[in-house]
Design a protein around this ligand. Structure first.
Ligand SMILES: [Zn+2]
Length: 166
């Protein structure tokens, strides 16, 4: 334990610094949460679809516990925009203690990666909530269902490790 000596200067963290700090070191996913989204992406294979991830930071972990399918958000084959009403309804659909921790969208057959638009969107999310993540799902990539969690660092997208909560 450390004690402060009288007169010692204490460096305070500003609210902005606090907000910009990523707290979670790992992602823990409740397995059942992803299944409705896989189903949603596969059954809407003529357009991109989007969902909001709900959960919370607990200690060193970002828990992903819930998912809200944004059924009012319209997309083309390669792009999707989140309807603001979906954002609000997502937040109120989450259980007590959970909040928006990221978003998910589908890439139909063109791979699991973050496009330029995706990087810009995720950068905006991280400016509000630094721990937020982007989930990309491609059910038809080279014959396999693929998905990955991403976060932006120095304008680049990094794939994040995750574990399932069992
Ligand atoms: Zn994308």
């Amino acid at each position: 334990m450390e004690f402060l000596t009288p007169g010692a200067k204490v460096k305070c963290m500003s609210f902005l610094e606090f907000r910009q700090k990523v707290k979670a070191k790992e992602i823990l996913v409740k397995p059942g949460v992803l299944l409705p989204f896989f189903d949603y992406v596969i059954t809407n294979n003529d357009r991109e679809v989007v969902a909001i991830l709900g959960g919370r930071v607990e200690g060193d972990s970002l828990l992903i516990c819930e998912m809200y399918l944004c059924k009012r958000s319209t997309g083309t084959r390669v792009n999707v925009e989140i309807n603001p009403e979906d954002m609000i309804d997502a937040q109120s659909s989450f259980s007590k203690g959970n909040y928006t921790v990221g978003w998910a969208h589908g890439h139909l057959g063109y791979g699991v990666f973050m496009s330029g638009t995706d990087i810009a969107t995720q950068t905006d999310y991280q400016a509000i909530f630094p721990d937020s993540v982007a989930l990309v799902v491609d059910p038809f990539h080279e014959g396999n269902l693929g998905f990955g969690f991403f976060r932006i660092r120095s304008k680049k997208a990094y794939k994040m490790d995750y574990r399932f909560l069992v």
